[in-house]
Write a protein that binds this ligand. Structure first.
Ligand code: NOJ
Length: 675
């Protein structure tokens, strides 16, 4: 009987013409198999010998019936390895180890006019990245991709966290938690939990000169790549030589492991900017929340927020409490009327009459606070592109170092000029046209020593490693949703999902720190669905090198004892650890300040109150620490009693344990001061 099995096993390689190459991760945790069978290319991924991704197809279809998915023959197979440690210019961890084994398969085709393509796998202990390379070749020069057929065949009906792609509001949706069989066409990162307790995130790294990858269900627990098309239906317009973005599969045996993985950054190119001395993380306040509350306007008139006087008030506040910048929205002409429709008329260098930019800059310099610029484009790319150089020069002249850009436009409503100068409508924020445009806006900004905080951005794929002036971005539902519409607020669980989904791509400008949680006078039908302490904890939980203290100065001055945590919390870290987490339930993160020995903790929960026991073994063994604890009071509850809090101090050290008591939708924030 046993012999029969062996014969059958061997027979399949003879009948099904199949070649298999394997590569293991450095510690043999993860294995990738490349399989060529009947001229088709497949891969599979195992963790400790068990399938995580079953045999899944690879390849492309090009325009004019050119297929890059079959008739393949292997031309060469190469293996290589790397083990290096590199330093982030800024980040959630200073030194990152990049340790992988690589397998590169060069394929050609057994047909007339054969094309060449290579597939490169990098296998890490925390996951896999693979990409396609289209080398320079006679039979393929300029070409259009009409489909990428890469699949991800999962092993079961995993719990999935996802947002839909191709919807009106870009990436700004609440994450759905459903079985894999119920998912729509989704954006990445998309995250899964298996019945055996594995956590998997599918995303892409180094999205450059390509369109974004979304994923569509094709049955059998399998997701297929669905590249976002141009307005004419083509997916990617390109020429050889070109490399696709990396398709990434992060795998961990606990939810926090996904956050502690730096695979996305490792797969990006090293920093290309020579001088980075002007790139500085920091904290800011701004003329912003008043507009969302409806007590100020972007446009001119009585309620205009961006006046010289109001800006000076914010500069005073920022200077008093040590903030680096003041964001001013609505200072430039173009906001009047329905600004969302003003993409063609925004002017990026002409101030409204009540905003004296020279005076504002002079005053800011005196106070040691910089203006943070704003470029709301309304998705009017044609208008913005014409002014971009002048717009950046303008800010550079005034010493502005950071610009928040905005691309509020819906669905596939973006217009561009075609090769003949005609206006074409119908581009998505995540199609190739916009991927290239966002990159241009970033690299042009670098020439003017400007850091970017992009709202309505292209998704984060680790480009910040290559261009560290790509500081932060939105790209998910942020705080502002709490001030909008009826019942549109973010539910308590939202921020316990973001770290495991959107933020796996990179930092987010969530704009935490709302202290007046109910704003009964301004918007009685809206509120922030957290306790006050949860707002503090978000500064640590949601990583961003540029964090806003989003509320109005008067609301901070009314609670200076609580505000002290926002004043103290850094935005640049030596190290990051996740102490505990369940996606959609709770998470506790600790981070060490890059410029001191102090640690900071943020812990948040969904609508369930809970006690979380933690060990303080992340602290230095040889020191004691003064812990300044900002916690929910014993009667706190986001619904009924959100302002109940306690601030207390304790001496603690390595080896101690602590129980964090989180109220429903509550949080704890702690500063551990090294003694
Ligand atoms: C949407 C952004 O997310 C928000 O922060 C900004 O205030 C408005 N657009 C106007 O630019």
């Amino acid at each position: 009987m046993r012999n029969l099995f062996i014969i059958l096993f061997l027979l399949q390689f003879i009948i099904i013409n199949s070649q298999v190459y394997k590569v293991n991760s450095p510690e043999n945790i993860i294995q990738v198999e490349f399989i060529l069978e009947e001229g088709k290319a497949y891969y599979s991924v195992q963790r400790f010998g068990k399938d995580v991704i079953g045999k899944s197809i690879l390849g492309y279809e090009l325009e004019n019936n050119v297929s890059l998915k079959d008739n393949f023959v292997i031309e060469a197979v190469n293996e290589s390895s790397l083990d290096e440690t590199w330093e982030q210019v800024w980040g959630e961890k200073r030194f990152i180890r990049n340790n992988y084994n690589e397998l590169k398969i060069d394929l050609s085709q057994s047909i007339d006019n054969p094309k060449k393509i290579s597939i490169v796998f990098r296998v890490y202990d925390d996951g896999v990245g693979f990409r396609y390379e289209f080398p320079e070749q006679n039979n393929l020069e300029k070409f259009n991709i009409i489909d990428e057929i890469t699949e991800f065949k999962f092993t079961g009906n995993h719990t999935s966290w996802w947002i839909p792609a191709y919807h009106w509001n870009r990436y700004e949706y609440l994450y759905e938690e459903t079985p894999l069989s119920k998912i729509d066409t989704v954006h990445t990162p998309v995250t899964f939990e298996t019945k055996n307790g594995l956590f998997i995130s599918i995303h892409e790294a180094a999205l450059t000169d390509f369109s974004s990858m979304t994923l569509e269900p094709v049955g059998d627990f399998t997701l297929k790549t669905n590249l976002v098309p141009w307005s004419d239906g083509i997916k990617v317009k390109t020429k050889t030589p070109i490399k696709s973005p990396w398709r990434t599969i992060q795998i961990a045996d606990n939810a926090g492991g996904l956050i502690e993985s730096y695979l996305i950054l490792n797969l990006n190119e090293p920093n290309k900017l020579e001088d980075v001395s002007w790139i500085k993380p920091g904290k800011y306040v701004g003329i912003w929340w008043g507009m969302h509350l409806g007590i100020e306007t972007w446009g001119s008139g009585e309620k205009h927020g961006a006046t010289t006087e109001n800006t000076k008030r914010y500069l005073d506040f920022a200077s008093k409490y040590g903030f680096d910048g003041v964001l001013v929205e609505g200072w430039n002409k173009g906001w009047d009327g329905d600004w969302i429709a003003n993409g063609d008329i925004f002017n990026f260098t002409e101030p409204y009459d009540d905003f004296d930019i020279d005076e504002v800059i002079r005053y800011g310099n005196e106070k040691g606070v910089r203006l943070i610029g704003h470029h709301e484009t309304g998705g009017g790319i044609i208008n913005y592109e014409k002014q971009m150089d002048d717009a950046y020069k303008f800010y550079e002249k005034y010493g502005v170092r950071a610009v928040k850009s905005g691309y509020v436009n819906h669905g596939n409503g973006i217009k561009r000029l075609d090769e003949n100068g005609n206006v074409v409508k119908g581009e998505w924020h995540h199609g190739q046209f916009m991927v290239e445009f966002y990159r241009k806006a970033l690299t042009e900004a670098a020439k003017h020593k400007i850091m970017i905080n992009a709202h309505e951005p292209i998704k984060a794929t680790g480009i910040r490693r290559t261009y560290p002036n790509m500081l932060t971005r939105e790209g998910a539902r942020g705080q502002e949703f709490n001030a909008w519409g009826e019942n549109q607020g973010n539910p308590p669980e939202h921020t316990t999902i973001l770290p495991f989904t959107r933020l796996l791509g990179g930092p987010m400008d969530f704009t935490p720190g709302i202290f007046d949680l109910l704003f009964e006078e301004e918007k009685p039908d809206n509120r922030v669905n957290t306790t006050l302490m949860k707002q503090l904890a978000l500064y640590v939980v949601l990583y961003s090198p540029l964090h806003m203290a989003a509320d109005l100065p008067e609301n901070y001055e009314a609670r200076l004892d609580v505000f002290q945590f926002i004043v103290d919390v850094p935005t640049d870290w030596e190290d990051t650890k996740v102490l505990n987490a369940e996606i959609g339930d709770y998470i506790t993160i600790v981070r060490r300040d890059r410029n001191s020995e102090d640690w900071f903790l943020g812990s948040i929960t969904d609508e369930e109150g809970r006690n979380l026991k933690i060990s303080l073994n992340f602290l230095d063994k040889n020191r004691t620490y003064k812990a300044q604890i900002y916690r929910d009071g014993n009667n706190a509850d986001w619904k009924t009693n959100p302002y109940d809090y306690v601030i207390e101090e304790k001496e603690v050290k390595f080896g101690n344990e602590m129980t964090l008591r989180l109220a429903p939708s509550g949080g704890t924030a702690i500063k551990f001061i090294a003694q």
